[in-house]
Design a protein around this ligand. Structure first.
Ligand code: CA
Ligand code: CA
Length: 291
C-alpha cells in the first residue's frame, strides 16, 4: 500500500480524516513532499517566497486497525528512498545564527547513493525522517512542532533500519510523516537539513498495553534511545534522562540511583534539534546494559 503525498496535513490531529487503513504487521509506503512543499527547486527560490502556511507537510494520516489508547505503535523504518536533488536554505532570523545572517540564500545539492554534493564538498548521505508522529490526545499540534506524540523531532537516529515506538493517543493512532533529509547534523543549527522529497517504507505493529509513558523511543541494532521535546534544552534533557531511567528500571534490576549512575557513566545525552518551537534531546544507551 502506498499513500500519495497529495494527502498532506499540517497538524497532527485526532479530527483528521484517515486517508488509508492498515492492519498490525502491514508494510506501508508514505510518499512525502519536502518541508517546503516541493517549492524550492532552484537557487533562485528563496525563503521569502515560501508559503509558510504550507511548510512541514506530513503525509497521512494512516489509521491502524486495533490500535487503542495506551498501546504503542512500533514503526520499523525499512527503507527511505530520496530524490536526486535536495535544498537547504537560510535567511535572517532563522536558526541559531539568526541575527548575524545578512541575506537569504538557497543551496541546491545533487544527491547520489553515497553523498550529498554541497558546493565543492561531499557530505556522507544520512537519510532520515524529520517529521513523524501519531495524533495527540486533545487539540491538534502543528506538524512543525515536536512533542510527546512525535512530530518535528528532527532526530538523526530516525533513519533506515531504526525502529520508532510512538504512543497511541487516539483510536487508530493516525500515523503521519514527512520532512525527509538527505543529511542533517545534530542540532540542525540553521533550521534546515538537506530537505528532500521521497518515500518511506515502514512496517507497522501494534504493541498492546504499552503504558511506558516514555515514548517516543528509538531502537537501533546497538542502542535504546529515549527522545523528548520541551521548550528548553534542559527540560527536554531531563525528560529524556528520566524516561531512560524508567526504562532501565522496567527492563533490569537496577534501582533508580543505580540507573542514573549508569547513565552518568555510559549514557550519551545528545542534541537532536535546537531550532524548532520545542527543542528535542535524546538519551542514548547501549543495549549491552539491558541484562
Ligand atoms: Ca524539521
Ligand atoms: Ca526539515
Amino acid at each position: 500500500m502506498k499513500i500519495s503525498k497529495t494527502h498532506d496535513i499540517y497538524t497532527m490531529d485526532q479530527n483528521n480524516e484517515p486517508v488509508a487503513y492498515a492492519e498490525s504487521g502491514d508494510t506501508v509506503i508514505f510518499e512525502t513532499c519536502d518541508c517546503f512543499h516541493d517549492t524550492v527547486l532552484t537557487e533562485e527560490d528563496l525563503v521569502s517566497q515560501i508559503d509558510f502556511s504550507h511548510v512541514n507537510p506530513a503525509t497521512g494520516p494512516l489509521y491502524i486497525n486495533g490500535a487503542e489508547i495506551g498501546d504503542a505503535l512500533k514503526v520499523k523504518i525499512k527503507k527511505i528512498t530520496i530524490a536526486e536533488q535536495g535544498a537547504t536554505v537560510t535567511a535572517p532570523g532563522l536558526g541559531r545564527l539568526e541575527n548575524l545572517i545578512e541575506h537569504e540564500e538557497t543551496v541546491i545539492a545533487k544527491i547520489d547513493d553515497d553523498y550529498v554534493y554541497y558546493k565543492d564538498l561531499t557530505i556522507p548521505l544520512n537519510k532520515m525522517i524529520g517529521v513523524i508522529g501519531t495524533a495527540p490526545a486533545g487539540d491538534g499540534i502543528a506538524t512543525g512542532i515536536p512533542d510527546d506524540h512525535g512530530g518535528n523531532m528532527d532526530t538523526t537516529m530516525i533513519k533506515e533500519g531504526s525502529i520508532l515506538y510512538l504512543p497511541v493517543n487516539v483510536e487508530g493512532a493516525l500515523l503521519s510523516m514527512g520532512d525527509l533529509h538527505a543529511s542533517m547534523g545534530d542540532g540542525e543549527i540553521m533550521g534546515a537539513g538537506m530537505e528532500v522529497q521521497g518515500e518511506v517504507e515502514v512496517e507497522i505493529e501494534v504493541v498492546k498495553n504499552c503504558n511506558y509513558k516514555l515514548l517516543p523511543l528509538i531502537e537501533t541494532d546497538d542502542l535504546w534511545i529515549t527522545v523528548a521535546s520541551a521548550e528548553s534544552m534542559e527540560d527536554a534533557s531531563d525528560q529524556a534522562i528520566k524516561n531512560m531511567v524508567d526504562f532501565l528500571q522496567q527492563k533490569t534490576d537496577l534501582t533508580f540511583n543505580q540507573a542514573g549512575m549508569l547513565l552518568s557513566l555510559a549514557g550519551n545525552l545528545r542534541v537532536s534539534q535546537i531550532v524548532n518551537p520545542n527543542k528535542t534531546m535524546r538519551m542514548e544507551l547501549n543495549k549491552r546494559y539491558f541484562v
